[in-house]
Ligand binder design. Structure first.
Ligand code: NAP
Length: 268
């Protein structure tokens, strides 16, 4: 299938590892020139070089901390200027701490909202006028199934995700007339670099061994396993393509049919 992506340009936040890197790679392999950002310059440049070598496309590595408005704005503007246009924005860099309400302090809530929600808002603030001026564009927001499938240990991600999902749908209503379309992708657990850290945090908070905590997510998924990065990246590359143009103002779960209450039940 020709995804009709050749010659397009994309900005992917958090492209140095995990899902963001998988999406940037997948887009580049389909002929897209890409700009990626992350805080750590060295890892970002390594990722960019590897994608460049494999795909033969332009891959710009622009360090930025999206918890800072100025960094986010400069990243999007610099990327769009250097790439020549901005066809696809993938808001992906995000994380929010797990934990139960009585142990989550003000900082934990701020930390989640600053990156997982405001990081997306900041990139949109600069990308949308550029897309409007050029006559259209595509926005993919990598959110998370916590926003639609609640869990008491994931209330910060849940709140940030629900906000991002609402934003995705609301903006689709506003920008359709400018040919800018939006879709949210809601992964469940995905085996990325930070998965190990999440399992350790669950084990600590729930007084489980690492092995017990590592079994919580697979037990809640009918397929008995968590997702691999490429499974999410492949869906996103299709969704970024003109073939998915009519998938707009909506969201798609990619979580193997996860049943969150099974995780909570196992936690007791
Ligand atoms: N993995 C999962 O199980 C899962 C499940 C549901 C939803 N998601 C969502 O999917 C997205 C990707 O997750 P992931 O697991 O692939 O993450 P990851 O492996 O932790 O990678 C995160 C990427 O974002 C960058 N980043 C982190 N903080 C940043 C900041 N302040 N400014 C700019 N870049 C920053 C990281 O690089 P630096 O550290 O160098 O900045 C890295 O490139 C996130 O939005 C996450 O919430 C993931």
């Amino acid at each position: 299938m020709d995804l009709q992506l050749k010659g397009k340009t994309a900005v992917v936040t958090g492209g140095s590892m995990g899902i963001g890197r998988g999406i940037a790679r997948g887009l580049a392999l389909e002929g897209v020139d890409v700009a990626i950002c992350a805080r750590h310059k060295e890892a970002l440049e390594v990722a960019a070089e590897e994608i460049r070598k494999e795909s033969g496309r332009r891959v710009l590595a622009i360090p930025a901390d999206l918890t800072r408005a100025a960094d986010a704005h400069t990243f999007v503007e610099t990327a769009a200027r250097q790439l020549g246009r901005l066809d696809i924005l993938v808001n992906n860099a995000g994380s929010a701490p797990g934990g139960v309400i009585e142990s989550l302090n003000e900082d934990a809530w701020q930390q989640g909202l600053q990156l997982k929600f405001m990081g997306y808002v900041r990139c949109l603030q600069k990308a949308l006028p550029i897309m409007k001026a050029q006559g259209g564009g595509r926005v993919l927001n990598l959110i998370g199934n916590d926003g639609v499938k609640d869990s008491y240990w994931e209330i910060v991600p849940g709140a940030c995700n629900a906000a991002g999902q609402n934003l995705t749908k609301a903006l689709a209503g506003q920008y359709g007339k400018h040919h800018i379309t939006f879709v949210a992708v809601n992964p469940g657990p995905v085996r990325t670099e930070r998965w190990d850290g999440l399992v350790k945090a669950m084990a600590r908070d729930m007084k489980l061994t690492y092995e017990q905590a590592d079994q919580l997510a697979p037990r809640s998924i009918p397929l008995g396993r968590i997702a691999e990065v490429d499974e999410v990246a492949n869906l996103c590359v299709y969704l970024a393509s003109p073939l998915a143009h009519f998938v707009n103002g909506t969201m798609i779960e990619i979580d193997g049919g996860q049943q969150k209450p099974l995780m909570d039940a196992a936690r007791g």
